[in-house]
Ligand binder design. Structure first.
Ligand SMILES: [Zn+2]
Length: 202
C-alpha cells in the first residue's frame, strides 16, 4: 500500500514509550524519532503518514484529504508540545510562544459554523472545510491531552529518554529512564564502553 517515497528509513519505529499508551500527548511528542547513526524518522513527515497516524488514533478518517499545510500544523504543534514537556522535565518556566500555541489549539472550536457576510448574499453561516475541521479537532484533542498530562499526577514521572541520540519522552517507572529496551541496551553498552576505555570517550 505504501509507496517507496514514504519509506523514510529502513529501521522501524520503536514500540511506544512507557506512558504513551495512556497519553496521546506523549505519543504525539514522540512522533519525531532520532535513531542511532544520524537517522531521523518523522511519523508526521508527509500528509499521508500524518493522516495514517491520526487514523490509527481515531482522530481522522482514512481519507481525510490532508494537505502539506495540515501536516505542517501538526508538526508545529508537536514542537511546541515538546518544548513544554522539556520545560516541565527541566523544572524551568514554559516558553511563552509554546504556551500560546498549545492554548490556541486548545481553544479552537472546530464545529462552529462561522458568520460570513458579503455584498451579494448578506450574512450567512458556513462550516469550515471538512479537512480543516478534522485537523482543528485533532490539534485541540492533542493540546487538551498535553494540558492534562502536564497538570496531572503523572507529570512527576515525566522524563526524557536517557539514551542519546534518542529524544523521546516517557513516564518513568522506578529508576528506569529510557523509552525502550533498545535504548536501555544502548545506554548500558555505552556505559560499559566508557568503563573499559577509562572514560576517555568524551
Ligand atoms: Zn529512547
Amino acid at each position: 500500500m505504501r509507496s517507496m517515497k514514504e519509506t523514510v528509513t529502513a529501521e522501524p519505529a520503536p514500540p511506544p514509550a512507557p506512558g504513551a499508551e495512556r497519553y496521546l500527548a506523549l505519543d504525539f511528542a514522540n512522533t519525531a524519532i532520532a535513531l542511532p547513526g544520524g537517522q531521523f524518522l518523522d511519523l508526521l513527515g508527509t500528509p499521508a503518514t500524518a493522516n495514517q497516524w491520526l487514523t490509527e488514533r481515531g482522530l481522522a478518517p482514512v481519507d481525510a484529504g490532508m494537505r502539506e499545510m495540515c501536516a505542517a500544523q501538526l508538526r508545529s504543534l508537536r514542537e511546541n508540545v515538546r518544548a513544554l514537556l522539556a520545560s516541565r522535565v527541566a523544572g524551568l518556566p514554559a516558553l511563552a510562544p509554546a504556551l500560546s500555541a498549545v492554548n490556541d489549539a486548545l481553544t479552537r472550536v472546530p464545529t462552529a459554523a462561522l458568520l460570513h457576510w458579503d455584498e451579494k448574499n448578506g450574512p450567512y453561516r458556513a462550516a469550515p472545510h471538512p479537512t480543516t475541521q478534522i485537523v482543528d479537532h485533532a490539534l485541540a484533542t492533542l493540546a487538551a491531552n498535553t494540558a492534562d498530562l502536564l497538570t496531572g499526577p503523572d507529570a512527576e514521572r515525566l522524563t526524557a529518554c536517557g539514551s542519546p541520540p534518542c529524544t523521546r519522552y516517557l513516564l518513568r517507572h522506578g529508576r528506569r529512564h529510557w523509552c525502550s529496551t533498545r535504548c536501555g541496551d544502548r545506554a548500558r553498552a555505552a556505559r560499559a564502553y566508557a568503563r573499559r576505555t577509562g572514560r576517555e570517550t568524551d
